[in-house]
Design a protein around this ligand. Structure first.
Ligand SMILES: [Zn+2]
Ligand SMILES: [Zn+2]
Length: 358
């Protein structure tokens, strides 16, 4: 099979033929149909510390096949597998159980923070390849995709879209009429706009890329600001404050400390700051105005993807046609073009998800 290996940080992926993984008892082999290229793949490719640390903690090492936004078809099942069969179309949440749902978090329905977390492309080989092996300890987290859900949308569910769903429906409890500021309108942020609109909330968004702000408007962002430096960001925050007042939720998808710090004073009393963006090397923290957080009882909440146990609600919304995720996808490419994708992402030129189509 053809696969793209990360062999050295910040160097081109090596795309070459390699053996199809062998299926042992309890495992499942997927033929990959779509694989999104997530900003966190790019962070690992750059060697950013949080991702490298996670890779090492979860037992992964270079060379590794990256990619965790998986949509595939079951092509082989190991002995003892009964819950899925050859031909089933599935995704696996980017953060999945690594212990067959036996730890306290998995048993509470939160396998996205499993004590033995598995993320394809970090601890095990991922989906920048024609085939991917799902090990027995994670098979229980494979989610069967019902008829009527577009496969490329399903791929987004495993990470970008799933994260925003978790953020708004499970962490911030977003309600109709609430006002949200979304920082960053890449794959995660654009998905967030679609979800917020489906809930009936109002969205304002900001991004570094003017094309992304156009897409944000198409998806229903009532205002989509573009900024290129911290000064412009300050002006935008002032403008939002004057026009709309304080917001219920700020959702950061970028890990940009300047943006998070600037936007924090926009959060209303008892509002929520949701953090889903990963910080870059050398910029791993942001200053926290603790007095403001105390005075307003602001909740600060991290968000990590979506557990397999919580997918059902999304399928209903997607099948009812209440959301269109096409604008969240920037373009489809072949596996051979993966290195170009990283180059474009390094220049922040992409507006939405780049997706490998096999
Ligand atoms: Zn991701
Ligand atoms: Zn677990």
């Amino acid at each position: 099979m053809k696969a793209a290996f990360l062999t050295e940080f910040r160097k081109d992926l090596v795309i070459k033929d390699t053996d199809v993984p062998k299926v042992e008892k309890g495992d499942i082999l997927l033929k990959i149909k779509y694989c999104g290229i997530c900003r966190s793949d790019w962070h690992l490719w750059r060697g950013d510390p949080a991702l490298v640390a996670y890779m090492e903690w979860s037992g992964g090492k270079l060379p590794i096949i990256q990619g965790h936004e998986v949509y595939g078809e079951v092509v082989e099942v190991g002995d003892n597998v009964t819950r899925l069969k050859v031909g089933d179309k599935v995704v696996i949440p980017a953060s999945s159980t690594g212990d067959n749902r036996t730890c306290r978090y998995c048993m509470d329905g939160n396998s996205n923070v499993c004590e033995h977390l598995v993320i394809p492309g970090y601890g095990i080989n991922g989906c920048f390849a024609e085939y991917m092996l799902v090990p027995e300890r994670s098979v229980v987290d494979l989610v069967k995709i019902p008829e009527g859900v577009k496969p490329e949308w399903a791929a987004l569910l495993s990470c970008g879209f799933g994260t925003s769903w978790n953020a708004f429906t499970m962490k911030a409890n977003l309600k109709p009429g609430d006002m949200v500021l979304v920082i960053g309108t890449g794959g995660v942020g654009l998905s967030a706009i679609a979800i917020a609109n489906a809930i009936g909330a109002k969205v304002i968004s900001i991004d570094l890329n003017p094309t992304a702000t156009e897409k944000a408007k198409k998806l229903g962002s009532i205002e989509a600001y573009y900024y290129s430096n911290p000064e412009e960001l300050k002006k935008i925050v002032d403008d939002i404050m004057k026009t709309h007042g304080l917001v219920d939720v700020v959702y950061d998808t970028t890990g940009n400390p300047d943006a998070v710090t600037s936007a924090l004073p926009l959060i209303r009393p008892q509002g929520t700051l949701l953090l889903a963006g990963l910080m870059m090397k050398g910029k791993e923290t942001f200053p926290l105005p603790a007095d403001l957080v105390v005075a307003r009882e602001i909740k600060i909440q991290g968000v990590l993807m979506l557990p397999a146990q919580k997918f059902e609600g999304i399928f209903n919304l997607l099948k009812e046609g209440k959301m269109n995720l096409d604008p969240a996808i920037y373009k489809f490419i072949s596996l051979e073009e993966a290195n170009n994708a990283y180059r474009e992402m390094s220049e922040y030129k992409t507006a939405g998800r780049i997706m490998i189509k096999f």
